[in-house]
Design a protein around this ligand. Structure first.
Ligand SMILES: NC(=O)c1ccc[n+]([C@@H]2O[C@H](COP(=O)([O-])OP(=O)(O)OC[C@H]3O[C@@H](n4cnc5c(N)ncnc54)[C@H](OP(=O)(O)O)[C@@H]3O)[C@@H](O)[C@H]2O)c1
Length: 259
């Protein structure tokens, strides 16, 4: 059986990825901070799908956490698919968040993705096979949130993935890489970040299982960017092609009075 390693596997999109992959017969390595949540979810997956599920508790904002996961990426059995999914955002304006918290966001959303991708690619290029799915956001395409480092961190993931996925080094080794750009998806993300879920309206919310299935299909098809749902394909087109001065007017300003 092929093996997939999924970060942020105990909630939201990560959990949805593990469900979809287990249904498709993948063995799994689940990564998150909470060992109890990991064990509970692993037992449920193993029972429901009969796949082999290992857990790896790690805080990916730390050097030790990243090192534990990069060691597993270099170990046996080989990891055929890496899903860099764990990520955080804040609802507080930039100047109120505090520099330590901002650095933690970059450590998880950017630095861990960099380190894990590097470790996975070293192995995958040797084996001349493998795939990497990096979870970004539609917010990474333009000024969707003001007074936040989150969109910038996701813009980095999009640029990084696109740059590697289409490079000769990666393509000639038969490795597929996709950046997933979800819109608002029902998970624990907003609750954890303290972001109200009363906006946007219900029709704009995506289902995590639908997003995960679409992303895995797009990865199989070799798409470099995966944007689930036509609603967010249109939003993505707007963010990419409308003048930025115009899209800034529609952005969510975390430091604004409405917030
Ligand atoms: N939900 C949305 O609307 C949306 C939209 C666009 C993009 N995204 C992106 O989708 C990805 C998944 O988000 P989600 O909505 O599924 O979030 P979520 O429901 O809050 O789940 C986050 C997961 O990441 C883990 N995690 C958090 N901090 C971690 C750390 N320091 N080290 C290791 N694991 C950590 C959490 O487990 P522990 O707390 O146990 O560590 C949990 O399993 C993120 O990259 C997010 O930016 C989400």
């Amino acid at each position: 059986m092929p093996t997939a390693l999924v970060t942020g596997a105990t909630a939201g999109l990560g959990k949805a990825f593990t469900r979809a992959l287990a249904e498709q017969g993948w063995d799994l390595v689940l990564v998150a901070r909470s060992g109890t949540d990991l064990e509970r979810h692993a037992a449920r997956l193993a029972l429901g799908h009969g796949t082999r599920v290992d857990v790896l508790p790690a805080d990916l904002t730390t050097d030790e956490g990243c090192a534990a996961v990069t060691a597993r990426l270099a170990g046996d059995p080989a990891v055929d698919l890496l899903v860099n999914n764990a990520g955080i955002g804040y609802e507080r304006p930039f100047l109120d968040t505090g520099i330590e918290a901002e650095e933690r966001l970059l450590d998880l959303n950017v630095r861990a993705v960099l380190r894990l991708t590097n470790a996975a690619l070293e192995q995958m290029t040797k084996r001349r096979s493998g795939a990497i799915l990096n979870v970004a956001s539609v917010a990474g395409l333009g000024p969707a949130w003001l007074s936040s480092t989150y969109p910038a961190s996701k813009a980095w993931i999009i640029g990084f993935t696109e740059s590697l996925a289409t490079s000769r080094q990666v393509r000639s080794a038969g490795i597929r890489m996709t950046a997933l750009l979800p819109g608002y998806t029902r998970t624990e993300f907003h609750q954890r970040a303290g972001i109200p879920t009363t906006f946007p309206p219900a029709w704009l919310w995506l289902d995590a299982d639908d997003v995960a299935r679409t992303a895995l299909q797009d990865l199989r098809r070799g798409k470099v960017l995966s944007i689930p749902s036509s609603r967010y394909k249109i939003a993505a087109w707007g963010l990419r092609h409308l003048p930025r001065a115009l899209s800034r007017k529609f952005a969510w300003d975390i430091s604004g009075p409405a917030h």
